[in-house]
Design a binder for this molecule. Structure first.
Ligand SMILES: Nc1ncnc2c1ncn2[C@@H]1O[C@H](COP(=O)(O)OP(=O)(O)OP(=O)(O)O)[C@@H](O)[C@H]1O
Ligand SMILES: [Mg+2]
Length: 372
């Protein structure tokens, strides 16, 4: 997305945004090779292995979601990308530079092309919105006129031009995060790291901030690394997703693929949260472990893209030659594919047969219990 074509004597040469020729393999913006991060033991507490042998590639111009539970190692991973932490082993390469080996002025220069936004915004309370955004430019030694012009552009970009002279205490959470985004983009970074940037916001404000990040990715070509513990955030924004658990990558791929066929239990648990269990409370309360005379067996049928949700009930009914009741359903569309589950009722004595039938069609089914 960063790349455009420059024509030299009929031969197209791909160049990056700075006009440098793009080398083969440079479609990777961030690369981890065998990265381990161990925090040393302190005052009797044992050391912590936050990341273990992580190999990772984050595509240039992409939005990549990194999801994991609290303590999984997400923040450690972002701090390695921007060089705030050094790995205990392995290499971290950002835009072709091995950031894990840079120090001093070289590191600070490299960090200018990596912006970061935070859950709690990290704004200076004694500075106005405009002054917060100006800070990285002051540090980079820009002139006052250049700073004024750039801050004006950034305020417009994040749509808070009218709040330029407000202090953080006078801004809503969403407005504060817009200031944080403008500040992160001030030095025109190629990469934007977002560490739980929407976790403190309500769903509607989250949506507007995610829309803004999407626009920034699309229009400025900025590579975005989105750290989150919420699958809904990944789903709304990211193309690729990496699932980490206890310091290790347990699953990765395109969002649509992972959502339709999650393999690791951690991924499945995250998806359960976002897709919902689909069993209405009134039904869950009536479920019994043993068959009830004349009652129904209740099954959950997974809908995972390949199966068109609308044909499952009809096909099952035909195969069993019995009525199949649709008791509840929750279907989402992700990357153009259907994902979710159906809750169906079949005659109590036919539960095993129904499950076998689903298995034969390679559809996941689960027997939840019985109702009268
Ligand atoms: N500076 C540090 N010193 C010692 N241990 C640390 C340090 N930073 C993180 N850890 C430990 O490393 C592990 C991973 O922490 P990390 O902050 O990367 O997780 P996380 O996925 O960002 O969690 P959360 O969702 O709660 O922010 C945890 O066990 C944590 O206690
Ligand atoms: Mg964290």
């Amino acid at each position: 997305m960063n790349a455009h074509q420059a024509v030299t004597q009929g031969e197209p040469v791909v160049v990056d945004r700075a006009g440098k020729p793009k080398l083969p393999g440079t479609d990777v913006m961030v690369r981890f090779a065998g990265v381990t991060k161990t925090y040393p033991h302190r005052r009797g507490k044992p050391g912590v292995e936050a990341l273990c042998d992580v190999d990772l590639e984050i595509g240039r111009g992409a939005i990549t979601g990194i999801i994991g539970r609290s303590g999984a190692g997400k923040s450690s991973l972002v701090r390695l990308i921007n060089g705030l932490e050094k790995p205990s082993g392995g290499r971290v390469v950002v835009d072709g530079r091995e950031i894990s080996r840079l120090t001093g002025a070289d590191l600070r220069l490299a960090q200018r092309s990596i912006g970061m936004i935070f859950q709690h915004f990290n704004l200076l309370s004694s500075r106005t919105a405009a002054q917060n955004i100006a800070l990285p430019l002051e540090i980079a030694g820009w002139s006052r006129t250049d700073i004024a012009r750039r801050v004006g552009q950034l305020l417009a970009l994040v749509d808070i031009a009218d709040k330029r002279d407000r202090y953080p205490s006078e801004l809503s959470g969403g407005q504060k995060q817009r200031v944080g985004i403008a500040r992160a983009l001030a030095t025109r970074p190629d990469v934007l790291l977002s560490d739980e940037a929407t976790s403190a916001l309500d769903p509607q404000t989250t949506r507007s901030i995610l829309d803004l990040l999407s626009t920034i990715n699309r229009e400025l070509g900025v590579t975005i690394v989105l750290i989150t513990h919420e699958m809904s955030v990944v789903r709304q924004l990211a193309r690729d997703v990496v699932v980490i658990d206890a310091g290790r990558i347990v699953e990765r791929g395109e969002v649509a693929d992972i959502f339709t066929a999650p393999k690791h239990p951690t991924t499945q648990a995250f998806l359960g949260e976002v897709l919902g269990e689909a069993v209405p409370l009134s039904l869950a309360n009536r479920l019994q472990p043993a068959p009830v005379a004349g009652g129904q067996a209740v099954l959950r049928v997974a809908v995972r893209g390949a199966v068109a949700a609308d044909t499952v009930v009809a096909r099952l009914s035909r195969a069993l030659d019995a009525d199949v009741a649709l008791l509840a359903a929750r279907i989402d569309e992700i990357g153009g594919r259907h994902v979710g589950s159906l809750i169906v009722g079949v005659p109590a004595a036919r539960a095993e047969q129904a499950l076998a039938q689903l298995a034969q069609s390679r559809i996941e089914g689960e027997h939840l219990g019985y109702v009268a």
